[in-house]
Design a protein around this ligand. Structure first.
Ligand code: MG
Length: 305
């Protein structure tokens, strides 16, 4: 089974009692918990970072791994337009892990946490065969205002922040600005809130698994078909790395046609890459078209054989 197939099966087995406070579940960047009588919704997301799967200790310093563990979770909060508040961290560590490694790991994580006002509020520790970092992030958003993947409408314009393919290039080349991009992604928290408050974005998600796969997921959730014709390439990255490379942690979002989107937000470029087409998946035969041709969703799926 692919990741999507596993989630689809699971979704059919999860029972949702009537009037349950979790109002949005599997299949978006965060789950949404709505406290009774509150003015805010609570956003919750979890992520795994595993040695040998997501990183190698030969290329990633402990501080990089700490940073990335939290950045992945914060990026999901950003994608829903939330303000991050806290995290919980469970760590599995092999016997050979040094005290210094552990200290430096926490330094990388806590530095990023402090810069966003995030508190490390708990977690668990265990022995493991490989370094295993399991993070839960919690945040808040004004009640009913979270940006979902499912809100895009036909005719909407599609945008991405930043430049794409940098992380894939950094992974391949292990040098320069692309390497930093790969090791230390910056969650787009302020941008996520701006998309809701100022641009009235209709849908958003973060780019963790590659544009081709993530945009297809957004289209699936919104029942739309995307036509894209432009890509902001990270300097030196190939179009393939920009389309299918993962871990850029930029935001993908849609706005109503005619929305005035500035070319940058706090120095981060905002690029229109296409729009949601008028036709249906049946008539257009794909979720995403690149220059009119179906774009295979080759982004990262752990379970695709
Ligand atoms: Mg995400």
């Amino acid at each position: 089974m692919t990741e999507a197939e596993i989630l689809d099966r699971l979704n059919h087995r999860v029972r949702w009692p009537i009037n349950h406070p979790v109002i949005h579940g599997i299949g978006d960047d965060c789950a949404i918990y709505r406290p009774r009588g509150g003015t805010e919704d609570l956003l919750l997301t979890t992520d795994l970072l595993i040695e040998g799967v997501h990183f190698l200790t030969s290329t990633h310093r402990p501080g990089d791994i700490g940073h990335k563990t939290l950045a992945r979770g914060l990026s999901d909060i950003a994608a829903m337009s939330g303000a991050p508040r806290f995290c919980l961290l469970s760590l599995g560590l092999p016997k050979a892990t040094t005290d210094k490694w552990i200290d430096n790991f926490y330094s990388g994580l806590l530095k990023l946490a402090a810069s966003h006002g995030v508190v490390l509020a708990g977690g668990d520790l265990s022995r493991a065969d490989q370094i295993t970092c399991d993070i839960v992030c919690g945040g808040s958003v004004p009640r009913g205002k979270a940006l979902l993947r499912s809100g895009a409408l036909r005719g909407d314009e599609i945008y991405v922040s930043g430049a794409l393919g940098g992380s894939a290039l950094g992974l391949a080349s292990n040098k320069g600005a692309a390497k930093i991009r790969h090791l230390r992604p910056e969650p787009r928290i302020a941008l996520g809130q701006y998309l809701r408050q100022r641009l009235h974005a209709t849908a958003a998600m973060d780019l963790s698994d590659g544009l081709s796969l993530d945009l297809a997921r957004l289209c699936e959730a919104s029942h739309t078909v995307a036509g894209i014709d432009r890509l902001p390439l990270f300097p030196g990255a190939t179009p393939e790395q920009a389309l299918h490379g993962g871990e850029d942690y930029e935001l993908l979002f849609t706005v109503r046609p005619g929305t005035r989107v500035p070319t940058t937000f706090r120095g981060i470029p905002l690029t229109r890459i296409g729009n949601m087409l008028a036709g249906t998946i049946k008539s257009l035969k794909a979720r995403v078209l690149l220059a009119g041709e179906p774009l295979p969703a080759l982004g990262h799926d752990h379970f695709r054989s």
